[in-house]
Design a protein around this ligand. Structure first.
Ligand code: AMP
Ligand code: ZN
Length: 113
């Protein structure tokens, strides 16, 4: 199964990884939509939000904890940041391996486009 983010996790493709542990990685988005745009990605291949199961509950919480660490270390926690997980094509999902977008460093608008 071909998966861009599995390839990044397995270091078969280059990326700017800023955090890694046994369960997840965080790397910089290649096409940033804000001054800070980091992706938090579980090492387990889960194709969309809809495929998350009860067995993944800890892992999903872990992704949010990493997002907090990234936001704090990049100095955007206080001002505010946005976490996004697109689910399926109509919402803009293009890589079918779940990931949390951490966006910040500019004013975030609402509603999102
Ligand atoms: P989504 O559209 O929600 O599935 O998000 C996929 C994200 O992955 C987009 O923001 C892309 O810019 C980003 N992306 C695609 N290829 C790469 C890559 N090789 N390295 C880092 N980010 C990537
Ligand atoms: Zn994958």
């Amino acid at each position: 199964m071909q998966c861009l983010f599995c390839d990044i996790i397995e270091k078969k493709r280059p990326s700017r990884i800023i955090y890694e542990d046994d369960h997840a990685v965080a790397f910089e988005d290649i096409n940033p939509q804000a001054p800070v745009h980091t992706l938090i990605v579980p090492k387990k291949h889960i194709s969309t939000n809809l495929e998350i199961t009860d067995a993944d509950n800890w892992l999903i919480g872990h992704l949010f904890q990493i997002a907090n660490s990234v936001a704090r270390s990049k100095g955007i926690a206080e001002n505010g940041f946005r976490l996004v997980m697109n689910c399926n094509r109509g919402a803009g999902q293009t890589v079918f391996h779940i990931h949390l977008h951490v966006l910040g460093g500019r004013l975030m608008h609402w509603p999102p486009g």
